[in-house]
Design a binder for this molecule. Structure first.
Ligand code: RP5
Length: 164
């Protein structure tokens, strides 16, 4: 197993059903990653040690997903210059609007790249991480281009019912 170059962290095991879509994208492109449960408010010391060690452990970026008052991505970004990709996980009462706003509305100075709520956001965060890494990895760039070409061909082959 290669050392992980992307970290996928989430505030709870209950986030996995969304965050697994980031993992699946990375897996499909052969990008080595690690997955961890790190809660900003329930395991703050773990959050600090995870974020503080990320750079020296060779992580190129961290995908962080959380729901509700989702301070995990912002707090990780506060403790490392490794780029953080935030994924708002849908929440029980506000359907993830709370997660989205608490991740996207970072005050100036500590950036978090924020993705869509839920599965699409998690998958796109995985794809975005792969795209970042592809700048220095020709075979990964080719694989991403092939992935795009496949989507293009799928859409070009779509048909609609004949007009009346
Ligand atoms: C957040 O609270 C987590 O990211 C999760 O989305 C939400 C609920 O957590 P659990 O009560 O399911 O552990 O911290």
């Amino acid at each position: 197993m290669s050392d992980p170059i992307v970290g996928i962290v989430m505030g709870s095991q209950s986030d996995w059903n969304v965050m697994r879509h980031a993992a699946e994208q990375l897996q499909s492109f052969g990008v080595p990653f690690e997955t961890r449960v790190v809660s900003a408010h329930r395991t703050p010391d773990l959050l600090f040690s995870y974020a503080e060690s990320a750079e020296e452990r060779g992580l190129a970026c961290i995908i962080a997903g959380a729901g509700g008052a989702a301070h995990l991505p912002g707090m990780i970004a506060a403790k490392t210059i490794v780029p953080v990709l935030g994924v708002p996980v849908p929440s029980a009462y506000l359907k993830g609007m709370d997660s989205l706003l608490s991740i996207v509305q970072m005050p100036k100075g500590i950036p978090v790249a924020t993705f869509a709520i839920g599965e699409a956001g998690a998958a796109n965060a995985g794809l975005f991480a792969a795209a970042l890494l592809a700048r220095n990895d020709g075979s990964l760039a080719s694989a991403l281009n092939a992935f795009r070409a496949k989507q293009r061909d799928t859409v070009l082959a779509m048909s609609l019912p004949p007009e009346e």
